[in-house]
Design a protein around this ligand. Sequence first.
Ligand SMILES: [Zn+2]
Length: 314
Amino acid sequence: MNRRRLFSKTVAAAALTLLASGTARARGRVSKVVLIGIDGVLYSKIEQANARNLLRLSAEGLLSRSSIAPHTSISGPSWTTVLTGVWDRKHGITGNHFDDRPFAKYPTVFTQLQRARPDLKTHCIATWDMIAVMAGSGDGRADVVVTTAPVPDDPDESRTDAATAAAVVTAITKFAPDFLFTHLDQVDHAGHFGGGARSGKYLDAITRVDELVGRIVAAVAARAAAEPGESWTILVTTDHGHTPKGGHGGQSADETATFVIARGPDFPAGVTTTRFCLADITPTVLALLGAPADPAADGSSMIVRPSAEPIASR
Ligand SMILES: [Zn+2]
């Protein structure tokens, strides 16, 4: 390849990257994305618990509430959808026992980022150990994959989740990864073992997890204040809901209810919609970080373009 051709290819690639990137990157700032996954949490219960950190994130950003039906309302299939952008009918994971084979055909956001932008640093820090199967899969994987060691004497998983959040705060403060995914589990645990979504223990778990979200948001705020050249986006989502008595896996409204929050310079504040869901998260992360969209993805980027149809303000 001669120099001129190399140059024009480079310019074309740079232009494509700019087009694919969010507006923050286009403005010359370095994009960073933190994705907080809270297992089995219903947004209606976040409201009932008055979880102030989560409610503030959605007030400052875009909130989309929708159903994942007919997708399976189980963690394995749903976190796979969050991290690949394709629904269960494509990736084929229907339960919580799986290996890394489906990710050869449908690579995770970590793999796609490593392939498109090997310069990016990506971290995955999770309470549930199966998340590491996803983040550690494929050719090109997360740079850091951590499963929090279960803390002894932790019947409600609150200590283990707190350790996960502490590791996330450390990662943001010390390393400022370009993309970080974290998974917190105690709300789902309360749904199963604390009396279901109607229980006080479920609300208590939301209050505790909200406090951990607050610590992560504070770490991002401190880093962003110290590094004005960086543009930080926080995404929050869940994998499924819970029945009032506890449990999920079916197609009821309580089990399939999910939400996505996107707070950052590329998202309008105080806007609510039903347009976006779990499958849109990986395409959004790719767009924010200037990696090309995956043509196999079922979802699409949530970055709202001026040409997009208006969505309701709340
Ligand atoms: Zn569960």
